[in-house]
Design a protein around this ligand. Structure first.
Ligand code: URA
Length: 244
């Protein structure tokens, strides 16, 4: 089982906030495990909740068009949301729901390790462009640890406010050149991110052993703890990226 599939199984069982009670399906995310670009939206809507897949409703159709405009298919990128379960009546996700879901998004970013993260809408923008307003920051990038963050309006905004359609399309067309610039950045920091993910994976394996194996194995973990690595084991939850 791949790390991502393993993660999806964990997300499917999540009951960390009230949204689990009304969901039909969780919507963990989908796409290439080694995608260069990761798109992060807000939360699943009705269609997504029915199908367990991100961006499959009207906003998703527009996202597909946008991807096509830069020569990409959704199978070539990775698509996720800040919150993995549908808020009732499509209301905005609440701060505690976003907080409860944060560890899943963190782990997805670690595993995909994309070159570029594109935020779709205010909730995803707030995570990577703290304090910014979408009307000012859309179409602009920030970089941190070798990853480029690019802010866009949510595709659904164009469905409610037709005048934003052209703005969103123009912003999308900027992605290829920003991606090329990211690729020119030294690989060192990307390598560091990959190492972080590898480390978390190793720790998870140790933890898994501790939970599922016979007492003998638990002893082994205790020995590791004794050897001074207890700190790492406690950090099995993915760390937040330093900037955020
Ligand atoms: N809007 C989102 O933010 N995410 C989806 O998956 C669908 C609509």
């Amino acid at each position: 089982m791949s790390n991502l599939t393993d993660l999806y199984e964990k997300i499917a069982k999540c009951d960390a906030c009230r949204l689990c009670k009304q969901r039909k399906r969780v919507v963990p995310g989908e796409g290439r495990e080694d995608a260069d670009i990761m798109f992060i939206g807000e939360a699943p809507g009705w269609h997504e909740d029915q199908q367990g897949r991100p961006f499959v409703g009207p906003a998703g159709q527009f996202l597909d068009e946008l991807l096509q405009s830069i020569g990409l298919k959704r199978s070539e990128v990775y698509i996720a949301n800040v919150v993995k379960c549908r808020p009732p009546s499509n209301r905005d996700p609440l701060p505690d729901e976003i907080g409860a879901c944060r560890k899943w998004l963190d782990r997805q970013m670690e595993l995909i390790n994309p070159k570029m993260i594109v935020t779709l809408g205010r909730y995803s923008m707030a995570r990577f462009f703290p304090g910014a307003t979408i009307s000012k920051v859309h179409g602009t990038v920030r970089t941190n640890e070798g990853v480029t963050y690019f802010a866009m309006y949510h595709p659904a905004a164009a469905l409610h406010q037709g005048s934003l359609r052209g703005v969103i399309m123009e912003d999308m067309l900027k992605i290829p050149s920003f991606l090329t610039q990211t690729e020119a950045v030294p690989e060192e920091s990307k390598l560091q991110n990959a190492k972080k993910a590898e480390k978390t994976e190793k720790i998870e394996k140790v933890e898994k052993g501790a939970r599922t194996e016979k007492p003998g194995k638990t002893e082994k973990v205790q020995k590791v703890e004794k050897a001074g690595k207890v700190e790492n084991i406690e950090k099995a939850e993915p760390k937040q990226l330093s900037m955020f």
